[in-house]
Design a binder for this molecule. Structure first.
Ligand code: PLP
Length: 407
């Protein structure tokens, strides 16, 4: 039995009320991330894209294992600074206000990722007002097409980055404007890519583009940021992106880069934090409707919106709970397929569709896996005003022997 299953059993033994909790294994998070970071070849760096999960204990755990935090709002910059006074912080994202940029500079962000030519002008203007030089990367939306993945931010029209056609103009301007230090380029073109070869081809394309601009315009890239987007296969999460196979490709790529490139940065979210999380929800009802089986759970997409947002069926396991406090028989299904839904009054409140279960009873708990990224943070918590789930953190030297730190 793993930590989460033990916690569910202990919780049901002491309290009959329905289970509904986000669970996080901080030891796993640290071990997993440290293994990834320490495997990176020489000039590669791993930043954590904190929008995937910016809960304070997640950041406290990661602050000592990643090279820095990637932020996309002033709120995130502040969270990064709370987690670590000196950790490198990079600041990107569309629609940055003057106030956000000024305060981010005061809080010591190491670089701003510029999303448009107009924003570049504002960075220069802010640098003048503050009397500083601001290091920047230009975020580029390449022409594409790109390898397939779940979400595309570039290679097609989106609000992200500077159009590849405008790059010459942006470079010229970056060099002319006072207070702006152009240090390189930023690309984040897709999300949830599962294929190692495709990802390597994508990185190679970035390097070729940068080399081309260097040659044409005489710029030097000290930093190339290759974004995040390394994925989790929710149909078979344990067989996701093959990191071990990715590494030799990265080494080869690095060997081809000129000495002038000091660092190649990743800014991964999902790949670092997804696997540390579990969402545990108790089955409140089993019902049939128009020939389909539904398990209604305590909780739903207002706590865990990812499957609704990505239109996938999220993997879970059944944790059998023997406690049954009612004086009437317990409903049970065997060897069937169930659609798991939450408590919201909308047909979109679906966590998994037609999932096979060998045995499922009212009162059992479903443990959704890989919920540590884009789970709680992207959910509309207060829709319908149900209570929030427990947030439970597990780490070795916690106060309770196995229970973890509850918040
Ligand atoms: C969301 C985002 C990331 C992280 O994406 P993942 O798919 O979670 O790795 C990195 N960079 C930028 C600019 C982003 O918007």
């Amino acid at each position: 039995m793993n930590r989460f299953q033990r916690w569910i059993q202990a919780r049901k033994a002491e309290d009959g009320g329905p289970v509904c909790a986000h669970l996080y294994d901080l030891d796993h998070l640290k071990t997993h991330t440290r293994a990834i970071v320490s495997s990176l070849p020489g000039r590669f760096r791993m930043y954590y894209a904190m929008k995937a999960n910016s809960e304070p204990l997640i950041l406290d755990t990661l602050v000592s294992v990643v090279h820095g935090f990637e932020t996309a709002s002033l709120g995130e910059v502040r969270k990064a600074r709370t987690a670590g006074k000196t950790i490198p912080v990079i600041f990107g994202g569309p629609g940055k206000t003057d106030e956000e940029m000024e305060e981010a500079v005061r809080l010591g962000v190491e670089r701003i990722h510029v999303e448009s030519i107009q924003e570049l002008r504002r960075v220069s203007w802010i640098a003048g007002r503050l009397g500083v030089h601001i290091p920047v990367l230009l975020r580029v939306n390449l022409k594409g097409p790109f390898p397939s993945a779940t979400l595309h931010m570039a290679g097609r029209p989106t609000q992200f980055g500077i159009d590849e056609e405008e790059v010459p103009e942006a470079i010229r301007m970056a060099r002319e404007l006072e207070g702006v230090n152009l240090e390189g380029f930023h690309f984040h073109s897709l999300s949830n890519n599962l294929d190692v070869e495709r990802h390597l081809r994508l990185l190679r394309l970035y390097m070729e583009k940068v080399a081309g601009w260097e040659k044409l315009f005489g710029v030097r890239s000290k930093v190339i940021n290759v974004g995040g987007g390394i994925g989790i296969d929710f149909a078979d999460p344990d067989a996701s992106f093959d990191w071990e196979r990715f590494l030799p490709g990265l080494s080869a790529l690095e060997r081809e880069l000129p000495e002038t490139v000091e660092t190649i940065q990743f800014e991964c979210g999902r790949y670092l934090t997804a696997s540390c999380g579990g969402y545990a929800v108790e089955v409140l009802d089993l019902k049939q409707n128009h020939g389909k089986n539904y398990a209604v759970v305590r909780g739903g997409t207002h706590h865990f919106r990812l499957p609704a947002s990505w239109q996938h069926s999220h993997p879970f396991e059944v944790v059998p709970v023997d406690r049954w406090d009612y004086p009437f028989p317990r409903k049970e299904w065997k060897d069937t397929a169930v659609t798991v839904v939450g408590q919201l009054c909308t047909p979109k409140d679906v966590l998994a569709r037609e999932a096979a279960v060998s045995r499922l009873r009212i009162g059992d708990v479903l443990l959704f896996r890989y919920t540590g990224a884009y789970g709680w943070s992207i959910s509309h918590h207060d829709f319908l005003s149900h209570p929030h789930p427990d947030q439970v953190y597990f780490r070795e030297r916690s106060l309770q022997a196995e229970g973890g730190v509850q918040r």
